[in-house]
Design a protein around this ligand. Structure first.
Ligand code: ITT
Length: 196
C-alpha cells in the first residue's frame, strides 16, 4: 500500500520508514514534489497534524490523485514550563528553526528548575478515502541537565524516557523506535491499516 507522509523532516521519515512493515511504500514530501514548508498555524498539535495532511491532500487533488496521506505533528511538553514548548516545539527559539537553538533555550529556561518532568506527544492524522483518523502516542520522561548522545534529532539529547538513564540520543534507533511517542502512535496506525 502506498502512503504519502506529509513531512519534510528527514529524521522523522527515517523513523517512520523503519516502523512501518515493508509492504507499506512511504513517500515523503520531496518525493512528490512539495519543496515548500507546510504552514503550521494551529494552536494544538492535533490541529497542526490535520493541517499538514490536508495540505498534501489538496495538492494531490489538483493532480487528480487519491493516495492515502498521513502527517505527524509532535511536541515536547515540560510540566514546569506550563507544557511549553508544546505545539511551538519546532520554533521554540525562533526562526529559522534550529534544534541546537531550541535545546539551548530549553536548558536555559530550566537552569534553576528541579522538577524536570516532561512528555513527548505525537498525533498522527491519516486521511484515507476522504475520512480522517487520529492516532496518538506519548512517552513520559525528564529533561536532562546537559545534552547527551548523538543519535536521533530535535530534543533527543535532552530527553530521558521513564525507566531509562540514557537520553533518547544515547539510545539506539531500534530502542527509541520501541518506546517513543512516535512508535506508539505508529503502532496504532498500523493496527488500523491492517484492519482495513
Ligand atoms: P514536519 O512538520 O515536516 O513533519 P518538523 O520537524 O517541523 O517536521 P514537528 O513540527 O512535528 O516536525 O516537530 C516539532 C519539534 O519537535 C521539532 O523541533 C522536532 O525536532 C521535535 N521533535 C519531534 N519529534 C521528535 C523526536 O522524536 N525526538 C526529538 N525531538 C522531536
Amino acid at each position: 500500500m502506498k502512503l504519502i507522509f506529509a513531512s519534510s523532516n528527514k529524521n522523522k521519515i527515517k523513523e517512520i520508514k523503519a516502523l512501518l512493515p515493508s509492504h507499506f511504500e512511504v513517500l515523503g514530501l520531496e518525493d512528490i514534489g512539495i519543496t515548500e514548508e507546510i504552514p503550521e498555524p494551529g494552536t494544538t498539535i492535533k490541529e497542526n497534524s490535520f493541517l499538514k495532511a490536508q495540505y498534501v491532500l489538496d495538492f494531490l487533488k489538483k493532480k487528480n490523485e487519491n493516495t492515502a496521506v498521513f502527517a505527524d505533528d509532535s511536541g515536547l511538553e515540560v510540566l514546569a514550563l506550563n507544557n511549553a514548548p508544546g505545539v511551538y516545539s519546532a520554533r521554540y527559539a525562533g526562526t529559522p528553526k534550529s534544534d541546537e537553538a531550541n535545546n539551548k533555550k530549553l536548558m536555559e529556561e530550566l537552569k534553576l528548575v528541579t522538577d524536570r518532568k516532561a512528555r513527548f506527544v505525537t498525533v498522527i492524522t491519516l486521511i484515507l478515502n476522504g475520512e480522517t483518523h487520529y492516532f496518538e502516542g506519548e512517552v513520559k520522561g525528564t529533561i536532562s541537565y546537559e545534552k547527551r548522545g548523538a543519535n536521533g534529532f530535535g530534543y533527543d539529547p535532552l530527553f530521558i524516557p521513564q525507566g531509562y538513564r540514557s537520553t533518547f540520543a544515547e539510545l539506539s534507533a531500534e530502542t527509541k523506535n520501541t518506546i517513543s511517542h512516535r512508535a506508539l502512535a505508529v503502532k496504532k496506525l498500523i493496527e488500523f491499516l491492517i484492519g482495513n
